[in-house]
Design a protein around this ligand. Structure first.
Ligand code: AMP
Ligand code: ZN
Length: 436
């Protein structure tokens, strides 16, 4: 049976004018709908705005930004635009200090999310005959359920392998004939290493052909390495919990920038200092407005991700704007194994231990193919001569850190005064990870 190239031919092939017409209609609808949320009602009142003031796409500029802090301040349900009994799922973003951020979804939101992910996978050639294996965690991390529902909607045989247990992942590849894998880039490299150790040749012994990689920054070289190692085509996948999860942006077969589905989102790039929009091609902070969410629409959400809109048309024929691979963040968030961590979270845990001084250094490095975080901490003046007490302290710190940041760091307790002191702002994070 011949397949159409597009999953949603109508939306995917809209021309610029068509996209903008649809965006305006959906933006106006979204803004009106947002007035059901106490947060946006207040925001609009504070800015002297009413939904009727949004008459063109350009009027978006009048709407104040929404930030992660707003999500925390309205924790847990203050941003909902529908009553809770209409919501069918809650995701909570990983690694935030104090209140986590909560994202609510209605049944329709989840359906639309699955469509967006299916569209991404179809775009790069996934078809119902494919066997899809997901190596993401299936908890609050949206890479699990997000890809699961999208892959099922597309009709592939899905293997919800979940995170970890690399040997089992590889056994599934060979036994179940996996053709498509979703993995974070650092884990893709780990899969290859373990395959080599076990004498598994991905080209000879597996049917792997497509990989979706995302959730953490990686370079073009990293992608090429993954492709060469595993014998696959690897496509960059961008998403974030606040926008649902995966399915926001995805590379097409051209592998030249990620199309953002503009019938779902309005894309803006702003200068993080002046907060003014920058022209296409210039790097700035990505700001997204949701256009078809029910439970928790977000207007002009500051993602903190730095990127640029790639000027010009994509040869694939889709007019949906493309963003460049992510260049970093306008805040100090670290992404380790796909988990978002703010240095302040680590500091807050450390400072609860009176045996510790206030200087610490977080080092991120790749050891034996694994991304590892080591936290060096100076001991306070008190000398710990009891070895058992020293070991207990180490264990307690590791446990507290793991509870807070969801990954297990290594720790080194070092004598007071041993960390290099910087002149100005303290250097708290060293990222030595191998980009491969
Ligand atoms: P989360 O809300 O836990 O899904 O994390 C979302 C964040 O992960 C984004 O704001 C980005 O900083 C990062 N991220 C997601 N996808 C990518 C990608 N393809 N490349 C680089 N960073 C990404
Ligand atoms: Zn394209």
């Amino acid at each position: 049976m011949p397949y159409l190239e597009f999953f949603n031919p109508v939306e995917e092939t809209l021309d610029r004018a068509g996209i903008e017409r649809l965006q305006l209609e959906r933006l106006q609808r979204t803004v009106r709908h947002c007035m059901n949320s106490p947060f946006y009602r207040e925001r609009f009142a504070g800015a002297g705005l009413t939904p009727d003031d949004i008459r063109s796409l350009d009027d978006l500029k009048k709407i104040p930004f929404t930030t992660k802090q707003d999500l925390r301040d309205t924790y847990p349900f203050g941003m909902a635009s529908v009553p809770l009994d209409r919501c069918t799922r809650l995701h909570s973003s990983s690694g935030t200090t104090g209140n986590p951020t909560v994202i609510l979804h209605t049944k329709r939101d989840l359906e639309q999310w699955a469509v967006a992910v299916a569209r991404c996978l179809w775009m790069v050639g996934c078809r119902p005959e494919d066997v899809f294996q997901n190596t993401s965690g299936y908890g609050m991390f949206t890479g699990g359920l997000g890809f699961q529902y999208g892959a099922e909607l597309l009709g592939m045989l899905t293997i919800p392998a979940a995170a970890g247990n690399t040997l089992r992942q590889i056994k599934f590849f060979t036994d179940f004939g996996t053709t498509v894998v979703h993995a974070i880039p650092s884990y893709a490299a780990r899969l290859y290493e373990v395959m080599c150790e076990r004498g598994v040749d991905p080209r000879r012994d597996t049917k792997l052909r497509i990989m979706a990689i995302g959730a953490e920054p990686h370079s073009e070289d990293t992608r090429r390495r993954i492709e060469e190692m595993l014998g696959v085509k690897a496509y960059n996948s961008f998403g974030m919990s606040e926008m649902c999860g995966p399915g926001v942006g995805f590379e097409c077969k051209e592998q030249n920038g990620m199309h953002i589905w503009e019938d779902y989102y309005i894309v803006e790039i702003i200068d993080p200092d002046t907060l003014e929009r920058v022209p296409d091609g210039q790097v700035g902070e990505l700001v997204l407005t949701t256009l078809n969410r029910e439970a928790m629409p977000l207007l002009r959400y500051r993602t903190r991700d730095l990127t640029r809109i790639l000027p010009g048309d994509c040869p694939c024929g889709r007019c949906h704007k493309r963003i460049d691979r992510l260049k970093g963040r306008s805040d100090d968030m670290i992404i380790l194994k796909g988990v978002n961590i703010f240095p302040i979270q680590i500091e807050q845990v450390l400072m609860q231990f009176r045996e510790l001084a206030s200087d610490y250094l977080i080092t991120l490095e790749t050891i034996d193919g694994n991304d590892v975080m080591t936290v060096e901490i100076e001991l306070s003046d008190r000398f710990i001569d009891d070895y058992a007490a020293f070991q207990k302290l180490e264990r307690d710190i590791i446990r507290s850190l793991r509870d807070e940041i969801l990954v297990t760091p290594r720790i080194k307790l070092i004598p007071k005064g041993s960390l290099p002191k910087s002149e100005g702002k303290a250097v708290r994070v060293r990222d030595l990870r191998k980009q491969y």
